[in-house]
Design a protein around this ligand. Sequence first.
Ligand SMILES: Nc1ncnc2c1ncn2[C@@H]1O[C@H](COP(=O)(O)OP(=O)(O)OP(=O)(O)O)[C@@H](O)[C@H]1O
Ligand SMILES: [Mg+2]
Length: 242
Amino acid sequence: MKKEHLLDLKGVSVHYGGVKALDKVDLSIGQGEIVALMGPNGAGKSTVLKAIFGIAPLGSGEILLRGKRLKPVVYEMVHMGIVLVPQGRRVFTHLSIEENLEIGGFFIKNREELKRRMEEAMDFFPALKKKRHLKARVLSGGEQQMLAIARGLIADPKVLLLDEPSLGLAPKIIKEVFAKVKEINERKGTAVAVVEHNLKSLLDIVDRAYILDKGRVVAEETAERLLKSDILEKVFLGKLGR
Ligand SMILES: Nc1ncnc2c1ncn2[C@@H]1O[C@H](COP(=O)(O)OP(=O)(O)OP(=O)(O)O)[C@@H](O)[C@H]1O
Ligand SMILES: [Mg+2]
């Protein structure tokens, strides 16, 4: 059963020149829900997250947070509680862990509040807390991904958008990252939209999944139902017959 709507995309289309990246996408994320976005390369998964975050050129349609239309300005998004952790975990490797976290709180004027949020973010990731004064470049891939997520937490998001956090990580580390995502979701009630290729690594944590193909939503299912169906196989093998 769907939880109360938090975020809604209604008929969202995005074009990059002649490329139709999204074609009338309808999608919703409930309060405190974890939703997966799946589909082959180029399906439009990152574009969905970018559209929500206000950095994709919205051709038509609208994006609503609790029924209110969002203004496509990044500063506004962060204030409204929407945070994007982009594909390729872009942490600042020449800066320390603390400095990376400070950047996530660029808009917080009150130093005490910023410090409080940094401690809170690090409490989720004890491995980072121990290394807080070290440069991010010494971190492993998994730790860098955790730092990218921790940096997003500084904004105290209502909606956390994670673009392929598992990319290039070993299965054991992927499990750890997703366990953290679940912990954040449970402790803070943060809704999460996560792009992921491997449904199995998400099964324990997601409520629902949207399958995208060629810029369209082709299925919306619970993870259990998805596993039993052959839709993923069809989409990934290009056998959807469209
Ligand atoms: N800045 C851009 N300029 C031109 N075309 C773009 C741009 N960004 C994305 N596209 C195109 O839009 C489509 C959707 O891209 P998107 O990055 O959303 O896919 P994706 O599902 O995230 O793929 P991947 O799994 O490879 O990350 C693709 O055809 C892509 O080439
Ligand atoms: Mg992508």
